[in-house]
Design a protein around this ligand. Structure first.
Ligand SMILES: O=C(O)c1ccccc1N[C@@H]1O[C@H](COP(=O)(O)O)[C@@H](O)[C@H]1O
Length: 601
């Protein structure tokens, strides 16, 4: 099992919290975490003998290192400076040599290390280490280093450590900033980190939940132990609620009286004429209160949270539609609401940011990674880990650990159920083709689910091809992704050969997620649903078409489904029926349309 080191300890309370770790680090180098040899000795005395006591130095004199080894006493020494091989040989205990990894040249250097262990870290900012930043783990892909000598550090925390272990299989993981709050060590975070790695790492969880929440081979509950209780509690609460007539009545009352359901299935006469093929119908999720399908799910989960006695909600948002839906429901039901949103998405979707604030939600800007949806999910998960007792994570798509993908699908299935009844009513038969856009995949799974058993109905999910699926800038997870774990579920995702999650791109903030809901991956796997990809440019052209032909300005996400529908319709006859799910309206995208569409129009 991977060992854990908690570094930068300065106070007794935190030393105690770290007593179940395998190693404790004391920083003697220039740092805000620096302590004296005497202080380290007093703290080390409180630790069990089995815990390694590691001193961190940067270009210190040999006398200082030897004094610390003897007085603390230290069982290992960690060197972050430019220490020579002779210096390393002079140290009477095991030595960890740290390397900042920026490029392949750094990897070559660490391969030559004579130290007992090699520690890989991100380059420091103010000091030689402890910056809280991750480095590109894939650089170690071809490195000739025995994993039994490898210690991984740099920006680790309870959320990403599972992925670090899965990618690099190191001897030990080392954390400092990731177990701090506002620059100080946090006893809860220390315990959570240790438990995540030792008690129930992502790898170990696999075995325990094989039976639960899988769609074929996909899904599951790949979460740290610290979230397992909350996930199980949610699973139990949802299992009970979904069969409870009162809960269902309440949920449907809000859908009718607050969201404004049922939404029409509009016959698109001019689009039908322009495409010259099948009869085209539009399922009008754009008419929902708050402007998109997201509210169907937000209401269901908020009611469930209240049923579980949780009155605080955390959510992530990409385009802002889920954030607005969540903030809306929280205002309505008097729940506290925090929404994490990538800085890049905040820039693209300012109107929705203001809406959320106006509704009383706190919007937290996420600057890590690509500062988009996946990073917002990471931060929301982190927040949930530390506030799990009184907070429900109201996830916005059919993603995450079981029961989220099933639960979100069920709450969104109102789309497909209404559509089914409406088309039978209007045409007396089922449609030939249904299309919906897929980011995480919630409007699509809600639309498809009631038709999955109807083999005559062709189901097409449409992903974002961004600037093209053969470029590096797309979000076509099902088309180009490979299998792996992301945000608690086994799915398909955009990752490199070392399991590093890649950045997804789409002009549409709601589609640029590098994974996809596990049920979609299963439906593709068994050949029930086809998945296609549409570029930014094609989606923009469809915005113009739908606006001019039907007087409906779609959201950028929905425009992807319209673009693919046009291609599909070209091969269909006039006796056939095609339905497009218009998942949301374009108000939120108006700034992008104003910027991009002048030339095209
Ligand atoms: O923690 C410090 O302040 C520090 C200062 C100088 C050298 C190393 C230091 N700490 C080491 O840095 C890495 C990564 O820490 P983080 O989790 O990214 O904050 C770790 O090995 C610490 O031992």
């Amino acid at each position: 099992m991977t060992k854990v080191k908690i570094c930068g300890l300065q106070e007794l309370e935190h030393v105690r919290a770290a007593s179940t770790a395998d190693a404790a680090g004391f920083v003697f180098a220039p740092s805000r975490r620096r302590i004296s040899i005497e202080q380290a000795a007093a703290l080390a005395a409180e630790l069990p003998e089995s815990v390694e006591k590691i001193g961190v130095f940067v270009n210190a004199g040999l006398d200082e290192v030897l004094e610390a080894v003897q007085k603390v006493p230290l069982s290992m020494v960690q060197l972050h400076g430019d220490e020579t091989d002779d210096f390393i040989r002079s140290i009477p205990v095991k030595v960890v040599q740290a390397f900042s990894v920026r490029d392949i040249e750094d990897v070559k250097k660490l391969e030559r290390s004579i130290a007992d262990f090699v520690l890989v870290d991100a380059p420091g900012i103010d000091f030689r280490g402890g910056s809280g930043r991750t480095f590109d783990w894939s650089l170690l892909g071809g490195a000739s280093i025995d994993p039994e000598r490898l210690i991984v550090a740099g920006g680790l925390d309870a959320v990403n450590v599972g992925q670090a272990i899965n990618s690099l299989a190191p001897y030990m993981v080392d954390v400092s900033s990731g177990v701090e709050t506002e620059g100080n060590k946090d006893a809860d975070k220390i315990k959570i980190f240790i438990k995540t790695v030792k008690g129930d790492s992502m790898q170990q969880t696999t075995g325990t939940v094989k039976e639960t929440g899988f769609f074929g081979r996909f899904g599951g509950q790949f979460v740290p132990e610290t979230l397992m209780k909350a996930v199980k509690e949610l699973e139990a609460a949802y299992t009970e609620a979904k069969d409870d007539a009162d809960f269902q009545a309440d949920y449907h009352k809000y859908l009718k009286e607050y969201v404004g359901r049922e939404q029409p299935l509009t016959y698109a006469a001019r689009l039908t004429e322009a495409w010259g093929g099948p009869k085209v119908y539009l399922k009008r999720e754009d008419l929902n209160h708050t402007g998109a399908h997201k509210i169907n799910n937000a209401i269901g989960q908020a009611l469930l949270a209240i049923r579980m006695g949780k009155r605080k909600i955390v959510a992530e948002t990409g385009a802002g539609q889920h954030g607005v839906a969540t903030a809306t429901i929280c205002a309505l039901l008097d729940l506290e609401c925090v929404v994490f949103m990538g800085e890049e998405d905040i820039r693209r979707q300012q109107l929705n940011v203001f809406r959320m604030k106006l509704l009383g939600a706190k919007v937290e800007s996420v600057t890590k990674g690509s500062a988009t949806l996946k990073d917002a999910v990471n931060e929301a998960l982190r927040y949930w880990v530390t506030n799990v007792e009184d907070t429900h994570y109201l996830i916005g798509s059919a993603l995450g650990p079981h029961p989220f993908p099933t639960m979100v699908r069920d709450f969104q299935s109102v789309i497909g159920r209404e559509t089914r009844e409406q088309i039978l009513d209007k045409e007396g038969r089922l449609p030939d083709v249904i299309l919906a856009c897929v980011g995480g995949g919630s409007n699509a799974i809600g639309m498809f689910h009631p038709f999955v058993e109807d083999e005559s109905v062709r189901l097409i999910g449409v992903e974002a091809a961004g600037e093209g699926v053969d470029t590096a800038r797309h979000a076509a997870t099902l088309t180009k992704g490979t299998e792996g774990v992301l945000h608690g579920a086994y799915m398909k995702l955009l990752q490199d050969e070392n399991g590093q999650v890649q950045e997804a791109h789409s002009i549409s903030a709601g589609l640029d997620y590098p994974g996809v809901g596990p049920e979609h991956v299963h439906l593709e796997d068994i050949g029930r649903v086809e998945y296609k990809a549409v570029t930014d440019e094609e989606a923009l052209a469809s915005v113009i078409k739908l606006s001019r032909l039907e007087g409906i300005i779609p959201a950028l996400e929905s425009a992807h489904a319209v673009a693919e529908a046009e291609k599909t319709a070209a091969a269909m006859g006039s006796d056939e029926i095609l339905i497009i799910c218009v998942s949301g309206r374009g108000d939120k995208d108006m700034a992008t349309y104003a910027e991009k569409l002048e030339g095209l129009a």
